[in-house]
Design a protein around this ligand. Structure first.
Ligand code: KIV
Ligand code: ZN
Length: 532
């Protein structure tokens, strides 16, 4: 096994995975092999391959914010972009390099001197250079033969090394490259002084056993650390990365939230947790920062995290069925492989069709509602009836339902009385609202980026700073400019226990409909008399 510290700056691992609190299968330990390295490095390519996700374009500022979060998370290398692609990419790579303190920063370059010069212009000291080696790419893309490709790789690596760069080299489409030629390439680039060789599964076409076979073969001729870069075309990116590590790969390429070309790359969160939990591997990643980093990347890229996404999806630690909630309340290990705090997210007890008395009681006690067992049974009955008719119950509705049953009068005390918005060209959108809160009329005014923002800010100015708009969705119900729109908002109220409420409205005017949806959410949030 190559000592990584000989080629990389030594970084002290931060063992944050408390293994006593990870409840994985005992068979993982039985299936361990000696070729698994004790430590694996993480190269994050969210800013390069991740940005190649269709529809994603990050500004330099956004790239810097993500890079700082990745640095703080503890990844070893950040691939900041492809400097030869544009002036913007160069600017971003330069700024990323100067704004991180712990991780190394690399840039992508094709195997040619010009690309390497652009990278040097950015002040980077680490290049990830690549050239395709599969016959498919040679014939249909590069129109080069194997010898030409090999010569180009060797020349580029020698050139990069002569400029003092750390060099990581990839045979693009390695997993569809003839094995003898792939080995020949590995031998040739090592002769040229390469520091690390990455093995890309460019089109996501390999299976985990085949990956094990390939890496084992490559290990016979590769004396520098092997890295792995997997795409998710068959949903195998993480499994293939683990397979490569099983045979000795010492670095994995990942992206936050699995962003990347087509179906994406191996997700950082799944790969890091799996390597730690299944293989007991040491890493410098602070797992508790995974959740916040994932949310930041989702917000800045505009790519939502699917609710059922492993580790960081909203449902990853959500429990609805009575049996599961009962178990989790007894001991989380019954239905959780590890606690949400380990990855910086929260557990969520969801109220729905499968809810049982334990969930309801637990949830209501969080909101300080005292309720007897008989009353809980009535609440559960109501929830199930509502769920059967297709209606989800949010937290605010649950509290309202329970309050009603325990005899507290449920009243709708928040009502919109007046509303106006002024907007136009060269005019700052301004809104005025009057809202009756518990019989008392209050008026507020605010400006905003657009008329919807101004209207919601005006409502917030009346209702107080503890109100926040957590989610806003707008969709057109039919096509055409006269289409009705549907607005759905999620409003939260902090102060004491955080409460959430959802409001929906349909209408022909986007601003009015947004106001209606927000008022509905607020009505629900404030319908519990104690809350007023
Ligand atoms: O998937 C791939 O092959 C790549 C290369 C640039 C390494 O991203
Ligand atoms: Zn890739």
């Amino acid at each position: 096994m190559v000592d990584l510290r000989a080629t990389e700056q030594s970084r002290s691992p931060r063992p944050t995975l408390d293994r006593k609190r990870v409840y994985t299968s005992q068979f993982n330990a039985m299936a361990r092999v000696d070729s698994i390295p004790p430590r694996v490095m993480i190269l994050d390519t969210t800013l390069r391959d991740g940005e190649q996700t269709p529809g994603i374009a990050l500004s330099t500022d956004d790239k810097v914010r993500i890079a700082q979060a990745l640095d703080d998370l503890g990844v070893d290398v950040i691939e900041a972009g492809f400097p030869a692609a544009s002036i913007g990419e160069q600017d971003a790579a330069r700024k990323v390099a100067s704004s991180v303190s712990r991780a190394r920063v690399c840039g992508l370059a094709r195997c040619n001197r010009k690309d390497i010069d652009r990278l040097l212009d950015c002040g980077l000291d680490y290049v990830h250079t690549f050239i395709a080696t599969s016959d498919i790419h040679l014939k249909h893309k590069l129109k080069m033969d194997r010898e030409q490709v090999k010569a180009r790789a060797v020349d580029s690596i020698e050139y990069a090394k002569s400029h003092g760069l750390t060099v990581e080299f990839s045979c693009e489409d390695a997993t569809r490259t003839d094995l003898d030629f792939l080995k020949e390439m590995h031998i040739a680039v090592q002769g040229a002084g390469v520091d690390k060789i990455n093995v890309p599964d460019t089109v996501g076409t390999i299976s985990p056993p085949a990956m094990e076979y390939l890496v084992k073969e490559l290990m016979t001729v590769t004396k520098v650390p092997i890295s792995i870069h997997c795409h998710d075309d068959f949903g195998m990116a993480v499994a293939n990365s683990l397979a490569a590590v099983r045979q000795g790969a010492q670095q994995v390429h990942v992206t936050v939230n699995g962003l990347g070309e087509r179906a994406g790359n191996a997700a950082l969160e799944e790969t890091a947790l799996s390597l730690m939990a299944f293989f007991d591997i040491e890493m410098s990643v602070d797992t508790r920062k995974i959740g916040p980093t994932s949310k930041l990347v989702s917000r800045l890229t505009g790519y939502p995290i699917p609710p059922n996404k492993a580790i960081i999806g909203d449902n990853a630690f959500a429990h609805e069925s009575g049996i599961h909630v009962h178990g989790v309340l007894g001991d989380p290990s019954t239905y959780e492989a590890f606690g949400p705090e380990l990855v910086g997210v929260q557990r969520n007890i969801v109220i729905g069709k499968h809810t049982g008395a334990h969930s309801v009681k637990e949830k209501l006690s969080e909101y300080g509602v005292d309720i007897t067992d008989d009353q809980v049974a009535q609440v559960v009955d109501k929830i199930k009836k509502l769920a059967d008719s297709g209606k989800d119950v949010d937290d605010a509705e649950l509290v309202a339902l329970a309050s009603h049953i325990v005899g507290q009068q449920e009243t709708r005390n928040v009502r919109l009385k007046e509303f106006a918005v002024f907007t136009g060209i060269n005019t700052t959108p301004t809104a005025v609202v009057s809202i009756e809160v518990n019989g008392e009329k209050k008026t507020g005014t605010s400006i905003g980026i657009g008329p919807v923002d101004a209207a919601i800010n005006a409502i917030k100015s009346v209702m107080g700073n503890d109100i926040s708009l957590e989610e806003y969705r707008l969709s057109a119900i039919t096509g055409g400019s006269d289409s009705l729109c549907e607005v759905s908002v999620r409003v939260a109220r902090s102060g004491g226990r955080k409460m959430m409420s959802i409001g929906k409205a349909v209408g022909s005017d986007i601003v009015q409909t947004s106001v209606d949806a927000t008022m509905e959410a607020l009505d629900r949030l404030y319908c519990h008399k104690k809350e007023l």
